[in-house]
Design a protein around this ligand. Structure first.
Ligand code: SAM
Ligand code: DTB
Ligand code: SF4
Length: 374
């Protein structure tokens, strides 16, 4: 690797901050990025962000819990685990029509992606068939689709891919070492295998983790290392701040320093320059200044709408107001070829149906003219 830029030698930190797409990060390098002076870190992250994204656009996804509670897994952070009493009532899988009506609402509010989450260890075949139908119908509304259903076999991933699923969310959550203190009912390897099945099915991977669970900073580096050293960087990397829910083993864990959270976002941005980094759960407990620093650090995606899966998220109006103050626009979705063709067809049909100029009524003046008697 060349150490020269314009004839000058790059320091090792400059090299780490250079935004090269790599899959061979070691922990010492990640530590060096994360711990550099805050202004240097944010400057490097913002610089890289600008090379790949419009710095004033943020992608918006809306979440819906399509099957809530009574999950057989024992994830220590999760209010939906059946192992803990968090006061959540167990619910059946939602009906397709109800989900579609929520998706229509999300689209009306301006979201571009609709994410459906289920409290399952892995989907049963008959449930998967229902989810496949949800994916098809949400896609037909012109929204991107994402689901998070737990572990998937390669056949299940293939089926979701064939239904047109855009993203599958499956988080690594933390480092392989700390993982064992957080979840005992499935392994880190199980998670990596599911992500491999998702990649093989040609579905975009959405994978990240949670910080603020009492982990060491080393575990944060370990999580980022696992994410960035995958064969491809996940297209979407959600960074969640723990939402501490009473009744879960992490219900009274000490609140995370917000500067640490911003450091995590910036380090993710530097290590995975082309991925969307999502400022995910935990925004309800963050002030606007912290969220603003996250955008400056390269976060360019959020969950949008007043509810995450079972806990609160900022009101959509509050987010739009902050976007306005920051000059941020919600990202519009790029249309695929089929949608572009349809758009062209609609325009042509409209042109055919519109009467020619000579057939049209004389145009009314657009504005009231105060100089003329009316
Ligand atoms: N059951 C599926 C699974 O675990 O893959 C899908 C739903 S699960 C709720 C999706 C993700 O939400 C988890 O992997 C975790 O990262 C995140 N999550 C759950 N509870 C959280 C909490 N209290 N705070 C922050 N993130 C949380
Ligand atoms: C992700 O990384 N965060 C979202 C989504 N993927 C599915 C979930 C956050 C859940 C927060 C706790 C709750 O609302 O139940
Ligand atoms: Fe179940 Fe997912 Fe919650 Fe774990 S995170 S308990 S798998 S819903």
């Amino acid at each position: 690797m060349s150490n020269h830029k314009n004839g000058q030698t790059l320091t090792s930190l400059e090299k780490l901050n250079s935004g090269q797409v790599r899959h061979d990060w070691d922990l010492a390098e990640i530590e060096a990025i994360y711990n550099q002076p805050f202004n240097d870190l944010l400057f490097a992250a913002q610089n890289i962000h600008r090379q790949h994204f419009n710095p004033n656009q943020v992608q918006t996804s809306t979440l819906l819990s399509i099957k809530t509670g009574a999950c057989p897994e024992d994830c220590a952070y999760c209010p939906q685990s059946g192992h803990y009493n968090t006061g959540l009532s167990k619910e059946q899988l939602m009906a397709v029509e109800e989900v579609i009506s929520k998706a229509q609402q999300a689209k009306k509010n301006g979201a571009t992606r609709f994410c459906m989450g289920a409290a399952w260890r892995s989907p049963r075949e008959k449930d998967l068939d229902v989810v496949l139908e949800m994916v098809r119908q949400v896609k037909d509304l012109g929204l991107e689709t994402c689901v998070t259903l737990g572990m998937l076999t390669d056949e299940q991933a293939q089926k979701l891919g064939e239904a047109g699923l855009d993203y599958y969310n499956h988080n690594l959550d933390t480092s392989p070492e700390y993982y064992q203190q957080i979840i005992t009912t499935r392994t880190y390897k199980n998670r990596l295998d599911t992500l491999q099945n998702v990649r093989d099915a040609g579905i975009n991977v959405c994978s990240g983790g949670i910080i603020g669970m009492g982990e060491e900073t080393n575990d944060r580096y370990g999580l980022l290392q696992q994410l960035a050293n995958m064969p491809e960087h996940p297209q979407s990397v959600p960074i969640n701040m723990l939402v501490a829910v009473e009744g879960t083993p992490l219900g009274d864990v000490e609140k995370l320093d917000s500067i640490e959270f911003v450091r995590m976002i910036a380090t993710a941005r530097i290590m995975m320059p082309q991925s969307y980094v999502r400022l995910s759960a935990g925004r309800e407990d963050m002030n606007e200044e912290t969220q603003t620093l996250c955008y400056l650090a390269g976060a360019n995606s959020i969950f949008y709408g007043e509810k995450l899966l079972t806990t609160a998220n900022p009101e959509a109006e509050a987010d739009m107001l902050l976007f306005k103050r920051l000059g941020i626009e919600p990202e519009r979705r790029e249309l695929d070829q089929q949608e572009l063709d349809q758009q062209k067809l609609d325009k042509e049909t409209l042109a055919e149906e519109t009467p020619k100029v000579e057939e049209q009524q004389p145009a009314k003046p657009l504005f009231y003219d105060a100089t003329k008697p009316h």
